[in-house]
Design a protein. Sequence first.
Length: 317
Amino acid sequence: MNVLVTGGAGFIGLNFVHYLLEHTSYQITVIDSLTYASHPQEIQALTSNPRLRFVKGSISNKSDLEATMDRKYEAIVHFAAESHVDNSIQNADDFVQTNIVGTYQLLQQLKTGVAKRMIHISTDEVYGTLTPVQQPFTELSPLSPNNPYSATKASSDLLVRAYYETFKLPLMITRCSNNYGPFQNKEKFIPTIVLKALQDQQIPIYGDGQQIRDWLYVQDHCKAISLILESGTPGEVYNIGGGNEKKNIDVVKRILEIMGKSDKLIEFVEDRKGHDRRYAIDSSKLQSELGWKQSSTFDQSLLNTVQWHINNFGASI
Ligand code: NAD
């Protein structure tokens, strides 16, 4: 069985490639343009496994994409994206190119019948923000993105939905909450805290630090995607949440505690534009229909993640 993974050299994609190599016998093709957020050495190293083929190319470039279409795929799992909100506020060009145009190019390829199904990996950010008392987002919540990144993801979700309705392509969408775990880029929240704390530098926290995120361990996310790959229904959206709603400030304090560092490193800085206050996601559909449940706890997985980042940064600082 052949599987194409777009963005397989990035944080979640790379964890998913490891997951497939470990838990399945699939032949895997990865296409990734190797942006700053990728792990080129890690993906190259994995090509020593004959089950993994790596193609360096952009999904928004038709001929790059066609280079991977020399075989029929049981499934495509589409992770490739520009994913950092702060960058999208500075300049959203690459976000429009990859997240919207790239997804469009992929959908065009699917029209040729190259794959039996595709999972489009999206985000809870497409739903916008919640007040402290609102119920978590369900798959039926309206799309209400508040920043350029989430707007491009919502746009790609709508393209996927339209290609399902118009061309009856076998497409599914997943919307996950904030992931954490190995291989996350150092620009993101948890790695940033670990890196700054290791160097005894001030840790910048946006606004009052009371923003709430729902943390999902990347291994649990991979397991959910794998279940959807096997038994998901085309045309459906599946929310994947960690059920771990935490205030940003509390996550920072817990990491400092794990690392034996002082809270005095925390520095409140001007809030980010369009900063969503709270995300929380209802995964009951995935649990009841496909039997997904998490196998990790936030405390243990956070500990493992902090340790992973310390080891990873150790060599570079
Ligand atoms: P990431 O930024 O770590 O990795 C993205 C990967 O895509 C990189 O390897 C990059 O080189 C590749 N890429 C970028 N543009 C490309 C292009 N034009 N062609 C081919 N490859 C390209 O992102 P991530 O955190 O692993 O996120 C993966 C997916 O999950 C994204 O679609 C993101 O929107 C979604 N998501 C992530 C989170 C999270 O917490 N990380 C939460 C919700 C949803």
